[in-house]
Ligand binder design. Structure first.
Ligand SMILES: NC(=O)c1ccc[n+]([C@@H]2O[C@H](COP(=O)([O-])OP(=O)(O)OC[C@H]3O[C@@H](n4cnc5c(N)ncnc54)[C@H](OP(=O)(O)O)[C@@H]3O)[C@@H](O)[C@H]2O)c1
Length: 289
């Protein structure tokens, strides 16, 4: 595989993926085309078709999304356009070019009320609580229509970016550096995941001789609340003020959130890859900063 097309290329994951593809000796010579909202809106079917057909990729990694949960709740029409019609447009273009599709989805497709021991598996039934979760679940259904040429990758609670408005870890570090303790949710759980590790896992998948299809969970090991992550940050950076625990009910969340959306990553392990613990990932992110 040699031609990779990345949507959402300037987003948190898209940025990490382009870096990982450029750094890995197995993919450094591949031709990568990254597109962002500045190039065109993913809900514009004609623009997507023209761009994908001009590049003729072997694989499209579709990371572009409207990923701010509260904003999706406030504007469901926009969320549907970007997160469902967007996947449809990309899938349609992949069909025409014969490209494989790897489309990103979320742990928020689950309601988190009673996760199975070891976390949600790929074949557990989605039951989203928010507009965002509904649109991601719908995007998975669209992606699945490409059959064995498509893979939906569910991940959770990304950190590792450069934008403190969407990165809880970066926001906690910034507010702590200003002397203000970060207020972090203590009663919601998932698997915090470093974009760099997720990007490396995607490169692992893209370089496998046998393509992987269906649904796959990718997340760092270990379940935590964001407050747990804040406490771990303080162990790494003792000058930070102690984070304040915040209950989900105090957050002013718009729309529902799963209380525990821990993903099981057994299928990824069976494929030969297990990501490090989130504490290890957090340490590497802090060292990189
Ligand atoms: N962040 C998380 O915690 C998390 C957790 C689970 C799953 N995911 C999924 O993982 C994927 C990557 O997430 P991320 O955190 O990297 O998101 P992100 O940082 O918000 O990046 C998404 C990118 O999509 C672009 N975009 C938004 N609307 C668009 C449109 N209409 N047309 C074209 N591009 C558009 C954004 O452009 P602008 O920057 O210009 O707005 C942004 O660069 C998404 O599918 C998300 O749903 C994320």
């Amino acid at each position: 595989m040699a031609r990779v097309y990345v949507t959402g290329a300037d987003g948190m994951l898209g940025t990490a993926l382009r870096r990982a593809l450029a750094e890995d000796p197995a993919t450094a010579h591949w031709t990568v085309r990254g597109v962002s909202l500045q190039d065109f809106d993913i809900s514009d079917a004609r623009a997507v078709a023209d761009s994908v057909e001009a590049f003729r990729p072997d694989v499209v990694v579709h990371t572009a999304a409207h990923a701010v949960v509260d904003d999706c709740e406030r504007d469901p029409a926009l969320a549907l356009r970007v997160n469902v019609a967007g996947v449809r447009n990309v899938a349609h273009a992949c069909r025409r070019t014969g490209s494989r599709l790897v489309s990103l989805s979320s742990d928020y497709v689950f309601d988190g009320a009673a996760p199975p021991d070891g976390g949600y598996r790929e074949d557990d039934l989605p039951s989203p609580l928010s507009v965002y979760g509904v649109t991601k679940a719908a995007g998975e259904r669209v992606c699945a229509l490409l059959g064995d040429r498509a893979l939906s990758v569910r991940t959770s609670w990304l950190f590792g970016g450069e934008d403190a408005r969407v990165d809880v870890v970066l926001a906690a570090l910034r507010s702590g550096a200003d002397g203000a303790p970060a207020a972090l949710v203590h009663d919601q759980y998932s698997r915090p995941t470093y974009t760099e590790d997720l990007a490396r896992a995607l490169v692992f998948l893209l370089t496998r001789p046998e393509p992987v299809s269906g649904t796959l969970h990718i997340a760092n090991a270990g379940t935590a609340s964001w407050h747990d992550v804040g406490l771990a940050l303080r162990e790494l950076r003792p000058h930070l003020p102690e984070p304040k625990p915040l209950a989900m009910t105090e957050c002013g969340f718009v729309g529902g959130r799963p209380r525990d959306s821990t993903l099981s990553t057994g299928r990824l392990t069976a494929l030969g890859l297990t990501l490090p613990h989130w504490r290890d990932a957090l340490e590497r992110f802090c060292a990189r900063l």
